[in-house]
Design a protein around this ligand. Structure first.
Ligand SMILES: *Cc1c(COP(=O)(O)O)cnc(C)c1O
Length: 408
């Protein structure tokens, strides 16, 4: 008889995955069995501080009591209807999310990539129906080093060869310009342009923050050119940077905001396209849809997420804790840290390449009880749950210093 999986060791469980799981990931060798707040526990009872937080899908930590309660309550009533019928949770969710994000209409989807795909479809439809772009000629301008997801259309405009190679033929209609370069953007936009699609901060690229004025410039340029500004806030949004949306740092209001990750509270996949009525009204029945999008469980959890953000508490925490994070990283410059970029409780840390790759540093941190993920090269990303305490954050920074200065 085989032992129940909870009694198997990490090594056994990792080996068991080998023959049956597609190898599209290279996880750190830790097998997580339970979690609470900012802490996770492996199958052998080892405890780790989670400084990745599911790429910001866990902004409120693991199993936030208000979110778990909302999910439990909804599980006991209704979980799925499809959009063939109304459900009693969806309208309330859409209203609250629109109010939170300063938009007036919401298209509910499931994953981030679906929100991006939906945003692209909406932008193209708007280009034809409202702007008058000739049929099948619409273009969307995007930034180099972007990350918007993994579908065939989205990897069509990725500049990461690993994400693209072997997956063509690619979807036409995208123009790629350097990020943080308004002149290049201006040159790429013309009468066929339906939208400019960018991340207000490029997360996967290593938490790359554009110069002050870039987002304002994108807003002015797109308004002048008569095209939409679509902001992918899937990773930067919902409290991470100290604001509900990262675009708020420049008081910019995009035409379309893409949300995902934290919107599902770390419980279920929930994403959305939030936009003005002028934009989202281009969709009519039958033109777009999703079996699971807007399901009552997702709507209940999403509403509870919006309720947490309505208090402003998490945005404040991200700002305050972000100060501790920044001070800590500043103190490590020259002590293993070559540079860093941070906004709110979110940082890309360039480790001195002589100390190892981001992967190697991540493995050393893991052995010291800190879970992080490298982005590429020698860059690691720090994005702990916004519920982490100042003491826990200091502890993580202390461990980072130890790993970088003594090796381990
Ligand atoms: C994660 C992410 C996506 C894709 O989200 P999935 O839920 O993984 O499909 C899209 N855009 C950005 C900015 C992201 O960080």
């Amino acid at each position: 008889m085989t032992a129940p999986s909870s009694h198997r060791t990490s090594a056994e469980l990792i080996l068991a995955e080998e023959p049956v799981l597609a190898h599209n990931y290279h996880p750190l060798p830790v097998v997580v069995a339970r979690a609470e707040g900012a802490w996770v526990e492996d199958v052998e009872g080892g405890r780790y501080l989670d400084m990745l937080a599911g790429y910001s899908a866990l902004n409120f930590g693991h199993r936030h009591p208000a979110l778990i309660e909302a999910a439990h309550r909804q599980l006991d009533r209704l979980t799925l209807t499809s959009r063939a019928f109304h459900n009693d949770r969806l309208a309330g969710f859409a209203e609250r999310l629109a109010a939170l994000t300063g938009t007036d209409m919401v298209l509910p989807m499931n994953t981030g990539a679906e929100a991006v795909e939906s945003g692209i479809k909406v932008a193209r439809k708007w280009g034809y129906d409202v702007k008058g772009v000739p049929a099948d000629r619409a273009t969307i301008v995007v930034a180099a080093d972007n990350f918007h997801g993994r579908t065939t259309t989205i990897v069509s405009f990725s500049t990461d060869e690993t994400a693209r190679a072997g997956f063509g033929p690619f979807t036409p209609g995208f123009r790629i310009v350097p990020y943080n370069d308004l002149a290049a953007l201006e040159a790429a936009v013309d009468e066929t342009t339906a939208a400019v699609l960018i991340e207000p901060i490029q997360g996967e690229a290593g938490v790359v923050i554009p110069d002050d004025g870039y987002l304002t410039g994108v807003r002015e340029l797109t308004r002048r050119a008569g095209c939409l500004f679509v902001a992918d806030e899937i990773q930067s949004g919902l409290g991470r940077t100290g604001r509900t949306l990262a675009v708020e740092h420049e008081s910019v209001v995009p035409d379309v905001v893409l949300l995902g990750k934290a919107l599902g509270g770390g419980i279920v996949p929930v994403s959305a396209v939030a936009a003005s009525r002028d934009v989202l009204r281009v969709l009519h029945p039958g033109e777009h849809g999703s079996t699971f999008g807007g399901n009552p469980l997702a709507a209940a959890v999403g509403t509870a997420v919006v309720e947490l953000l309505e208090t402003g508490e998490f945005q404040r925490r991200a700002t305050e804790l972000g100060g501790i994070l920044r001070d800590g990283l500043e103190g490590l410059i020259g002590k293993g840290v070559a540079g860093y970029r941070s906004r709110g409780l979110w940082a890309g840390v360039d480790v001195d390449p002589a100390l190892g790759t981001g992967r190697e540093v991540s493995e050393r941190l893991m052995r010291e009880g800190i879970l992080v993920k490298d982005t590429h090269g020698s860059t690691i990303r720090l994005a702990p749950p916004l519920t982490i305490t100042a003491e826990e954050l200091q502890e993580a920074l202390g461990t980072l210093e130890k790993v970088l200065t003594q090796g381990s």
